[in-house]
Design a protein. Structure first.
Length: 124
């Protein structure tokens, strides 16, 4: 009997366009994990929440890494889940209608639930 993979990785991104490398690295790791058939959720908090605003991540480029747009698009195409901190976007005057279609605003309870269900958690 074959076992279905049950690994789940949650990655908290805490850096936005002000630090392109650290903004991109969560999605580099997330894409690698998805290829390995690991369930992945990326949670954007703090300045990283800005990346979920329409028109933002398309303009983030880190030396030596694929453009953030390619990384995020691949992450979504492979079935990754993108969550964004509701209080963080509210603080930055970003409303839910200003977010990219695949970003889901969530509060702390959902973040805690994701962590409790995860096999591993990373923070960038």
């Amino acid at each position: 009997m074959s076992e279905e993979k049950t690994e789940k990785l949650v990655i908290f991104g805490t850096h936005g366009p002000e630090d392109p490398e650290r903004a991109s690295l969560p999605f580099v790791i997330a894409n690698a994990a998805l290829v390995m058939e690991v369930k992945v959720t990326v949670m954007l908090q703090g300045t990283a929440s800005i990346l979920a605003k329409k028109g933002c991540y398309e303009h983030v480029f880190a030396a030596g890494l694929p453009p953030l747009k390619e990384l995020v698009d691949s992450f979504i195409d492979q079935g990754g889940t993108l969550l964004v901190c509701t209080p963080c976007i509210q603080e930055r005057k970003i409303t839910p209608d200003m977010l990219v279609k695949m970003a889901k605003p969530v509060k702390a309870g959902r973040a805690v639930m994701e962590v409790l269900e995860a096999t591993n958690v990373l923070t960038y």
